[in-house]
Design a protein around this ligand. Structure first.
Ligand code: G3P
Length: 249
């Protein structure tokens, strides 16, 4: 870790019930959490209010997605305004599951980011290559192209955290090595320096996601350009999530 305050997000994805979330919130409320870390959890939309009502203010709430513009006749969507209204501070955009399962493209995601920021929702902007892209030596190309779509839409990077999540490491138990992650984080930072500004490059946190758990977090956290984590599966267990939060170096 080297840039800004360490940041750990828990992406609960499409998991949980009222009961399991009551237990998870109780465990998070009981956990001893390092003070020098920004902590965010992203429950499914329908549980956001329950979590907001019961979770310690120490942890901020994120949505897992938001609509591209102002609300209205968009069946099934949730707008950035509504998320702010209900107490969300953050939104995750461009997650690989939305890119590759739902089919959202780079430009669509970039526009969502711009709209969310315009409504004062902070953005966790996700990028990452698929296995075949890594094997074809295209990791940087893919990540830079995804970064460009964000950069084309974003003018103020103060409220943006970048999450590098190699698709082959998500939910697979196959974590990137600290060196593999560091290599991409550094390349993304260099990209920001060349294409946005030196200031944005040195102040924007770049966090890693993909099979992070209580055992592998410390080695990853030691890397110079890994400024935190976006955690999926392991964020569903309060005590393990606390270990990851506390891996701040
Ligand atoms: O957004 C977090 C993520 O995609 C990683 O998921 O389950 O591999 O930690 P997981």
């Amino acid at each position: 870790a080297g840039t800004g305050k360490f940041f750990v997000g828990g992406n609960w994805k499409c998991n949980g019930t009222r009961d399991s979330i009551t237990k998870l919130v109780a465990d998070l409320n009981d956990a001893k959490l390092e003070t020098d870390v920004d902590i965010v959890v992203a429950p499914p939309y329908i549980y956001i209010d329950q979590v907001k009502q019961s979770l310690t203010d120490r942890i901020e709430i994120s949505a897992q997605n938001s609509w591209i513009g102002k609300g209205g006749a968009f069946t099934g969507e949730i707008s950035a305004e509504q998320l702010v209204d209900i107490g969300c501070k953050w939104v995750i955009l461009g997650h690989s599951e939305r890119r590759h399962v739902i089919g959202e493209d780079d430009q669509f995601i970039g526009k969502k980011a711009a709209y969310a920021l315009s409504q004062n929702l902070k953005v966790i902007a996700c990028i990452g290559e698929k296995l075949e892209e890594r094997e074809a030596g295209k990791t940087f190309d893919v990540c830079f192209q995804q970064m460009k779509a964000f950069a084309d839409s974003i003018s103020n990077w103060m409220d943006v955290v970048i999450a590098y999540e190699p698709v082959w490491a998500i939910g697979t138990g196959k974590v990137a090595t600290p060196q593999q992650a560091q290599e991409v984080h550094l390349a993304v930072r260099d990209w920001l320096k060349k294409n946005v500004s030196a200031e944005v490059a040195s102040s924007t946190r770049i966090i890693y996601g993909g099979s992070v758990n209580g055992n592998n977090c410390s080695e990853l956290a030691k890397q110079e350009d890994i400024d935190g984590f976006l955690v999926g599966g392991a964020s569903l267990k309060g005590p393990e999530f606390a270990i990851i939060v506390n891996s701040v170096t």
